[in-house]
Design a binder for this molecule. Structure first.
Ligand SMILES: NC(=O)C1=CN([C@@H]2O[C@H](COP(=O)(O)OP(=O)(O)OC[C@H]3O[C@@H](n4cnc5c(N)ncnc54)[C@H](O)[C@@H]3O)[C@@H](O)[C@H]2O)C=CC1
Ligand SMILES: O=C(O)C(=O)Cc1ccc(O)cc1
Length: 366
């Protein structure tokens, strides 16, 4: 059965959803964005099949509406939906990073006969805008759905059938569970990242060299501080209660660290890092979680510079793009020393087949 989907907000997430849904031969995607340049780019780039300047008018004729706007704008759209006269069969969903206030609004919509099933794909990046959209952004990521209690199972299944084109792992949770979990793994870490950058900035003119040294670890840890401030203003405002609880726990944790440093007992400090390493090393790596992910391929090549050129030439010949390439300096590990990163699992698989076919080197996927 043919389905028409209206995506409102064609940035990183809306654009990526639109591209993913177009993998279905039975889906037609129409887009709207408040920014007319974005709307035009989305059409020119084929992110959507068609665009509209009047979402209210087109909404009555579509099967599914996806709001992929900053979460405060989503609440405003939901309020205006009440007067649109949508047919009862329309499914409305969103991609917002918060869920409690949105599902409270969904409850109001239900009183008007409108079906809203909250959604949140737990993948993305610090980048924003339609140019950063990718059809495989959600591959293997968790995609949380927060239907209201008593939601019609067939309706939820219909939405799930559509969202399978994102290749994400769909998961149902309540809005409260959602907002707690995301405060821990996503919202509060964004505040920590921003605070570290502020701390670096405070070095200011007294120590101008410090920021030149902010490489490796500091950059890894603070990448998400480069995210869209409007997005994070809205997320923080909507989930500020949960985030405040995380902040209180963090302050207690920092007090514990301060005490460890005051006492200066080496074994306790080592233990602090060892425990963190153990927990971090055991985090599941088979899924994307909330984080930006690279798809690495380990190639066990002889340790000489020519092998890098050889491998990249094979990949170029088969037009497989790489995003990064590096040498791991130890050969003690079971893995090879050349680590090549790809944009998605598909490219990595093609690369593995290509290298296997053309070289004697062993390859590993971690
Ligand atoms: N950035 C990320 O990694 C993730 C973001 N999300 C959520 O997805 C939603 C969209 O985020 P992104 O795509 O990253 O943001 P973005 O900044 O890349 O795109 C947002 C788009 O919405 C448009 N927009 C803003 N206000 C609008 C309005 N009132 N009406 C119509 N269009 C409007 C903007 O012009 C822009 O094109 C947000 O709710 C965010 O919380 C969810 C998962 C990951
Ligand atoms: O860039 C990253 O690692 C992110 O944290 C991406 C992200 C941003 C917002 C979300 O609601 C979910 C994931």
């Amino acid at each position: 059965m043919k389905q028409t989907v209206l995506v409102v907000g064609l940035g990183l997430i809306g654009g990526s959803i639109a591209l993913a849904l177009q993998k279905s031969p039975n889906v037609r995607v129409i887009g709207f964005d408040a920014n007319s340049d974005t709307l035009q780019s989305a059409k020119v780039l084929g992110v959507v099949q068609d665009v509209t300047k009047n979402p209210e008018e087109i909404a009555k004729k579509v099967d599914v509406i996806v709001f992929a706007t900053p979460v405060n704008a989503t609440l405003e759209w939901m309020e205006s939906l009440k007067s649109w006269g949508l047919p009862s069969t329309t499914i409305v969903t969103d991609t917002g990073s918060t869920k409690s206030l949105i599902m409270e609004k969904a409850y109001e919509l239900r009183q008007q006969g409108i079906t809203f099933i909250g959604g949140h794909p737990m993948a993305g990046s610090h980048k924003s805008g339609v140019l950063a959209a990718k059809p495989y952004l959600f591959e293997n990521a968790y995609y949380m759905l927060t239907p209201l209690e008593g939601e019609n199972e067939e309706t939820i299944n219909n939405l799930q059938d559509l969202l399978q084109y994102t290749s994400a792992k769909l998961m149902r949770v309540t809005a409260t569970e959602h907002d707690h979990m995301t405060s821990v793994v996503s919202h509060f870490p964004h505040i920590v990242a921003a605070s570290l950058v502020h701390q670096l900035h405070a070095e200011g003119t007294d120590n101008p060299i410090t920021k030149l040294l902010a490489a490796g670890g500091f950059r890894d840890l603070t990448r998400i501080a480069s995210s869209n401030p409007i997005l994070w203003r809205d997320i923080t405002m909507q989930n500020r209660q949960q985030i405040a609880e995380q902040l209180a726990d963090w302050q207690a944790e920092m007090k514990r660290v301060q005490d460890l440093l005051t006492v200066g007992e080496a074994a306790q400090i080592e233990d602090y890092f060892a425990k963190a390493k153990m927990v971090r090393d055991e985090l599941p790596i088979s899924s994307q979680g909330a984080m930006y992910m690279t798809y690495d391929l380990y190639v066990d090549v002889p340790d000489y510079p020519g092998s890098i050129a050889e491998i990249t030439a094979f990949l170029a010949e088969e037009r497989i793009s790489i995003t990064n390439i590096r040498i791991v300096e130890t050969r003690e590990d079971v893995f090879g020393i050349l680590v090549v990163s790809f944009q998605n699992a598909d490219d990595r698989e093609r690369a593995a087949a290509c290298i296997q076919k053309r070289s004697p080197y062993e390859i590993y996927i971690s």
